[in-house]
Design a protein around this ligand. Structure first.
Ligand code: ADP
Ligand code: ZN
Length: 734
């Protein structure tokens, strides 16, 4: 008989240990197999085998010895025929779990594609090669809830739309029941590479050559490549990859988001053909499984993918590249809250391969490590062919004279510049990092402000479907005819986002072709690719968008890039507010003038003297870095100090308060040197799903000095009834 030690699929801290079962059959069962177990009152729970031990004892003897019942695993409970992960991946999962203080099973679940994941839902769902789409049947909003109307409007304007892009399955079911929409099956379209002529490799410039050599020759595990926008980082990645392939090894290429960086995928696909596997978010579970298996078999030697591709089962890795390492989407925003850059570095250590981090505006953390010599540093300070950086003008919005009577959002100089570009047949990018039409609605008569009843956030009016939405928790309601508290019908509408800027441009330039790109558009992923390609092909004159348009795109005909309101992110309650603002502006400016013509940029702001805005406008990363490092040292934030965010949530507010205060008292009571604890803070969004939240921010110098204490405390506090604690190591907010 065998004793089987398994982890359950429940990623709770208090359950982060193995439970023992017995198996009497003779099927193959090994560590890293999935098995179905009964657990507590649950009949079919997924288990992940960590150890298999032989025993000569009987069940009865075991039970007497241990004092608990040993349940049995049967032949039909054994799910896999091969271990799910190899030694290296186990080691990686282990490191990730240790560093992020995350239950091991949760890391495995984040690591494996759904159909291989150790959770029950993996076994449901058809493994099909076709996709489910939703088609509009009847556009009738009678007796629908606001949520249902929101979805119906989305479907109506995008029909047919991928089922998974509709949102909540429960709401979709209602629409199906009520006969407003129907499901159709379509054969899956593969992510297709645009059939452009195969591009010949560029002859590397001197600067590229030097960076290439510096990276190759370094004996350090991690290299930071700081290259200004348009310096030709992609070609360096391609050349390095070529070399690694020649040496018989494989390459892992990480990008912030595949949808937003189709160019990088195209470059790799065109240069390396069928050797490339693309882990695209649009893959169906069945396809993802196929790609995963193909990579695991060794049939692909280059993997291009976003955050979770850092866990691709690629073997014999010779190089891991993380492009645009500063982009925050590399950090998962739910448990285990891992950052693909840190995981890539862990993986590089395990695999014994180099990790290359590329950016025009590296995070302070990475730059500081390069400064200290922990990372190798390579740089490309000039654009290809010595092309000049864009000429940039900062427009001070505090001076009302910059506005003409035509617009209160776009200044006269900006309007004139857009006109000039339109006349010349050149393109413009307008960045406004806020979506929607009006970002606040209030009643001027009684002062009522429209806020979210769930979380207290402001409601934004979206013209696309005429709904008021909470950007934080997803609450929606129909745009009201009158004020709910006094009945007044003239509501004041304030603030503006992407939709409003598009409207402004259409009024000012009726002949211009204007497109919009933000995460509302991005809900339907086919639209993202379509709009980006069409803009690149010149089907639009102006592209208005959120930060989605600031990322690594190469639009050759863009000669003006403008930030409509640079201040939006500055007042956010996070230590990264300046860094985000700087990056956004620098990246936006960097989109301009990448081809033959010299680019221009305009930044509209109420804070023209703020260093993040000034340095962003001039793309002076060095100056920004020095200034912001001072700030971080004074305020005791990364990279000088490390942070861990603990969120206590409970359906009873006093429990959240009490447990967080107790936790703080206990950890401070240990007298650890260089440890500060902020809080308990009531977060801006203080409720979620009926639970009250409080957070503590731990700030410390050395992880080793708090690690074991923190683990013990977490273990103990996690078993408190009625309180959940989530742990976010290296949080990006607060
Ligand atoms: P980055 O990612 O550093 O902003 P890209 O890799 O997008 O820059 O390169 C900018 C432009 O320069 C691209 O259009 C690319 O095709 C071109 N380019 C890159 N390397 C060379 C080279 N050695 N010679 C000529 N053009 C190049
Ligand atoms: Zn809300």
């Amino acid at each position: 008989m065998k004793i089987i030690d398994v982890l359950t699929e429940y990623g709770k801290r208090s359950l982060d240990r193995t439970f023992s079962y017995v198996y009497r059959g003779d099927k193959r069962i090994e560590p890293r197999f999935r098995v179905r177990i009964s657990f507590g009152a649950q009949e079919a729970v997924m288990g992940f085998v960590l150890a298999v031990r032989d025993t000569k004892k009987t069940i009865k003897e075991l039970e007497e010895e241990n004092g608990y019942a040993f349940k049995e695993i049967h032949d039909y409970d054994i799910i896999d025929e091969e271990p799910l992960v190899d030694d290296q991946m186990m080691e990686l999962a282990n490191k990730v779990s240790q560093y992020y203080l995350a239950p091991f099973i949760g890391v495995l679940q984040a690591m494996l594609p759904l159909s291989l994941s150790p959770k029950t839902s993996a076994l449901r769902g058809p493994k099909i090669a076709y996709e489910q789409w939703v088609e509009l049947v009847k556009n009738d909003e009678n007796d629908l809830t606001d949520k249902q109307i929101e979805m119906l409007r989305l479907i109506a304007s995008n029909t047919p739309i991928l089922k998974k892009e509709c949102g909540s399955i429960a709401i979709l079911k209602k629409l199906l029941e009520k006969g407003r929409v129907k499901i159709i099956l379509k054969e899956k379209e593969r992510f297709h590479i645009r059939p452009e002529e195969r591009e010949e490799p560029h002859e590397m410039s001197l600067e590229q050559r030097k960076a290439f050599d510096d990276i190759r020759n370094s004996d350090k595990g991690v290299v930071l490549l700081e290259g200004v926008t348009g310096s030709g980082k992609t070609e360096v990645y391609l050349r390095l990859s070529e070399k690694v392939l020649e040496e018989g090894k494989s390459v892992l290429m990480l990008v912030p988001e595949i949808n937003l960086t189709p160019a990088m995928v195209e470059y790799f696909s065109r240069r390396f053909g069928p050797k490339v596997a693309i882990l695209h978010s649009e893959l169906t579970p069945a396809e993802r499984y196929d790609e995963y298996r193909r990579i695991a078999r060794g049939d692909a030697s280059i993997v291009v993918g976003a955050r979770s591709a850092v866990f691709a089962p690629l073997k014999n890795i010779g190089l891991i590249i993380l492009d645009e390492e500063h982009v925050e989407s590399y950090k998962q925003d739910n448990s285990p809250y891992y950052h693909a850059r840190e995981v890539a570095i862990m993986r590089g250590e395990i695999e014994g391969c180099k990790v290359l981090l590329g950016s025009a505006t590296p995070t302070l953390e990475s730059k500081a490590r390069a400064d200290k010599g922990v990372y190798e540093y390579a740089s490309m300070p000039h654009r290809i062919n010595e092309k000049a950086l864009p000429h940039t003008e900062i427009i001070d919005l505090r001076d009302r004279k910059v506005f003409s009577k035509n617009s209160e959002k776009l200044s006269a100089p900006l309007i004139a510049k857009i006109k000039e570009k339109l006349d010349k047949g050149e393109q413009a990018l307008l960045l406004i990092n806020r979506r929607g039409y009006w970002t606040g609605i209030e009643c001027p008569k009684c002062g009522h402000i429209f806020t979210c009843p769930n979380c207290g956030g402001n409601l934004t009016f979206h013209q696309e479907d005429s709904m008021l939405k909470c950007h934080h928790c997803g609450f929606v309601e129909k745009y009201p005819e009158h004020c709910p508290s006094c009945g007044n019908t003239r509501l004041r509408r304030v603030g503006y986002g992407t939709e409003r800027v598009v409207k402004e441009l259409q009024d000012l330039f009726p002949e211009a072709r204007v497109a919009r790109m933000d995460s509302d558009i991005g809900k339907v992923s086919k639209n993202v690719e379509k709009i980006l390609h069409e803009f690149k092909d010149g089907k639009y004159d102006i592209l208005v968008g959120t930060q989605m348009i600031a990322k690594g795109h190469d639009f050759p005909n863009v000669t003006l890039s403008a930030v409509v309101l640079a201040d939006i992110g500055l007042s956010l309650p996070t230590y990264r507010a300046s860094e985000r603002t700087f990056q956004l502006i620098a990246q936006a400016v960097g989109r301009s003038g990448r081809s033959k013509r010299v680019g221009e940029a305009m930044i509209q702001t109420y804070n023209p003297d703020h260093y993040a805005i000034k340095n962003g406008a001039s793309q002076d990363y060095g100056a920004f870095y020095l200034r912001e490092m001072q700030q971080r040292r004074i305020t005791e934030y990364p990279p000088y100090w490390n942070c861990i965010l603990l969120e206590f949530s409970s359906s009873k507010e006093e429990k959240a308060v009490e447990s967080s205060m107790d936790f703080k008292k206990e950890i401070l009571g240990l007298g650890i040197e260089n440890l500060n604890v902020l809080g308990p803070i009531t977060p801006f969004y203080s409720m979620n799903n009926g639970k009250h939240k409080r957070v503590l921010l731990l700030k410390f110098k050395k992880r080793e000095s708090i690690d074991s204490y923190l683990r013990q405390l977490l273990q103990r506090f996690s078993s408190l009834a009625g309180v959940d604690i989530s742990v976010n190591v290296d949080p990006l907010d607060y």
